[in-house]
Design a protein. Structure first.
Length: 147
């Protein structure tokens, strides 16, 4: 596959029989990651951040704003999470601007997967999660794509 293979293979563990309850959909992913070395949890975090960063573009934000006139930086981020939760083919279509329905959906819970997996593994609070991805997924971080 590609450099994101570990991320996509891990995301395939989502339990879509629990659709409607994001925590339950993500539970198998969190359980799996909690059994990995910390470096793998951090790698998942870094890959997720990088994929979200790549969707942080002025063009996609404009698409989002057309679908959701009250769009905020957070709602744009949470909608970008939908592209990741739906797999690589969906992600690629979203990146190309071909998944306009994405902007009416959100999947914020994905952002907390690495910290939750680490906290479960170490039996510590999520707030003590020790890793920060080198690339920010916050809206507007991809400055090259916002000029």
């Amino acid at each position: 596959m590609n450099q994101y293979q570990f991320f996509w293979e891990t995301m395939e563990l989502c339990d879509w029989s629990q659709e409607g309850d994001d925590a339950k959909v993500l539970n198998p992913v969190i359980q799996y990651l909690s059994q990995q070395e910390d470096s793998r949890i951090f790698q998942f975090n870094d890959l997720m951040s990088e994929l979200l960063y790549k969707l942080d573009t002025k063009k996609l934000a404009a698409q989002c704003e057309r679908a959701e006139p009250n769009m905020s930086d957070d709602s744009f981020l949470y909608s970008r999470c939908v592209a990741l939760i739906n797999g690589p083919a969906y992600y690629e279509r979203a990146e190309a601007g071909g998944q306009k329905e994405i902007w009416n959906m959100e999947f914020e819970s994905l952002l907390y997967v690495p910290a939750r997996a680490w906290a479960l593994k170490h039996r510590k609070p999520e707030e003590q999660y020790p890793h920060t991805a080198p690339i920010s997924y916050e809206t507007g971080s991809n400055q090259e794509q916002w000029n």
